[in-house]
Design a protein around this ligand. Structure first.
Ligand SMILES: Nc1nc2c(c(=O)[nH]1)N[C@H]1C(S)=C(S)[C@@H](COP(=O)(O)O)O[C@H]1N2
Ligand SMILES: [Mo]
Length: 436
């Protein structure tokens, strides 16, 4: 396991340059268009070991991707040793982009986002799921074995992304886990349809929302305190792909990812996908459990200037996630001989929508070239893209990828819509390439 030390260390090592890159440079190093001066580019090139070929297009305030990561040892059992641990109480770990190269994310590479302490010992044979709430006709309880026997089982590849993925790039910074790009994955999940179970219990006509409860424990140690209890509107709850799942890629869920039972809502903030699931309440109002209100998993209903203090009543619940993509091959920081072409690939996803196109740029977005894009395995699974890049001369390059969803919304190149808690950063992913 690696633990990120972060930009502070970078700043200690290269105070002058890091200061310029992080905070947009001194006025003398910036042109009026906001790009870096020749001398700033030269000093960055010196640290990188080669000239930044399209450096004039490198937006100011952006650190070359080659210099973003620093790591130190740490460990979580059952998870890939290269996951990056952001916090160990509660455990939060993200997946470096090159580890997400598989078309279907292996369980040991799926990120972990815990708000509390997972159950210490789980006896799956004793596990019971209760369906209750004002808007259920006949409250029911099912053991895991009953769920498996009574209802048809489905398997879907579903993309799970934390609403805070990308938070580390917001400025002013937002508190919370400083996710870079790795709070996302797209494994295959097996379970029963939430709809089938809710219909078995009977949904009253006034039902508007479901809320989940899990049996993790609050960090305070107070057994009465619920860690997190979120949910989705009935329209999302009743979709074919909304699952109560017990398996990931055909095997039991890892404890950290919700063993033995969890919800999965592909394309929505992963905070809706309750882990260690014990109860689902069918509500006649928008669910009001912990982390449904205030600033949790909510963004300003209308865009605000960075740093604005937004009143709670002007915050709206995040629903479908925005279009996004990752470059999963090659790993950032690779070297290539001049004249060699570079095969690149990755995934793209778009919340409830599908991805229409993916493009890449080697000149900081001045020009874009098309990528091949495959259809999703099923609705709400991520899509694979690939392309071949050629570089005109020796030097430092970045490959940027940009996806556009089925409604024509494209990823922004720079961090979009600042919000108090740093959600929904879908800025383009980029990798560093040195041509020698
Ligand atoms: N019971 C419970 N469910 C939970 C959480 C939690 O802390 N407790 N965290 C949520 C959040 S914020 C996210 S992003 C996802 C993370 O799922 P994963 O850890 O399997 O990747 O689980 C969600 N479900
Ligand atoms: Mo999350």
């Amino acid at each position: 396991m690696k633990k990120r030390i972060g930009l502070r260390k970078l700043y200690q090592q290269y105070p002058k340059q890091a200061g310029q890159w992080l905070w947009g440079g001194s006025s003398s190093s910036l042109s009026r268009r906001g790009f870096l001066s020749k001398s700033a580019l030269l000093s960055m090139g010196a640290v990188l070991g080669g000239p930044i070929v399209f450096g004039k297009q490198l937006p100011a305030g952006i650190i070359p991707a080659a210099l973003l990561h620093e790591e130190a040892p740490f460990e979580i059992p059952g998870k890939h040793p290269e996951l990056v641990v952001l916090n160990d109480r509660p455990v939060n770990a993200e997946t470096p982009p090159h580890l997400l190269d598989d078309q279907i994310t292996p369980a040991d590479k799926l990120f972990i986002r815990n708000n509390g302490i997972p159950p210490q010992s789980v006896d799956a044979s004793q596990w019971v799921l209760t369906i209750d709430g004002e808007s259920v006709e006949r409250p029911q309880s099912y053991t895991l074995a009953e769920l498996k026997e009574k209802f048809t089982q489905y398997t879907y590849q579903l993309t799970l992304e934390c609403g805070g993925n990308g938070r580390s790039e917001f400025n002013p910074p937002a508190r919370g886990n400083q996710w870079t790009t790795g709070a996302v994955g797209s494994p295959e999940w097996t379970g029963v349809r939430l709809r089938d179970v809710l219909e078995d219990a009977g949904i009253k006509s006034d039902a508007v929302y479901i809320g989940y409860y899990g049996n993790d424990s609050h960090l305070s140690g107070d057994p009465e305190k619920v860690v997190i209890s979120r949910g989705v509107p009935m329209s999302k709850a009743l979709e074919d792909e909304s699952l109560i799942a017990w398996a990931i890629n055909g095997k039991d869920l890892p404890l950290m990812n919700g063993y033995p039972l969890r919800l999965i809502f592909g394309g929505w903030p992963a905070s809706a996908s309750g882990k260690w699931l014990t109860r689902i309440s069918v509500r006649n109002q928008v669910h009001d459990g912990p982390k449904m209100g205030g600033y949790s998993y909510r963004v300003p209903c209308k865009p605000v200037a960075p740093g604005t203090v937004v009143p709670e009543e002007d915050m709206c619940i995040i629903e479908s996630m925005p279009v996004k993509s990752l470059i999963t091959y090659p790993k950032t920081g690779g070297r290539l001989d001049l004249g060699q072409s570079l095969d690149i690939r990755g995934h793209a996803w778009a919340g409830d929508l599908s991805v229409r196109t993916v493009e890449f740029s080697i000149d900081f977005g001045s020009t874009w070239q098309p990528c091949q894009l495959l259809p999703p395995k099923n609705r709400l699974a991520w899509q694979h893209w690939s392309a071949t890049a050629n570089f005109p001369e020796k030097g430092y390059y970045e490959v940027w990828a940009r996806a556009t969803d089925s409604k024509g919304n494209a990823q922004p190149m720079l961090v979009p819509g600042w919000n108090p808690r740093g959600y929904l950063n879908n800025a383009c992913h980029r990798i560093a390439v040195m041509v020698v």
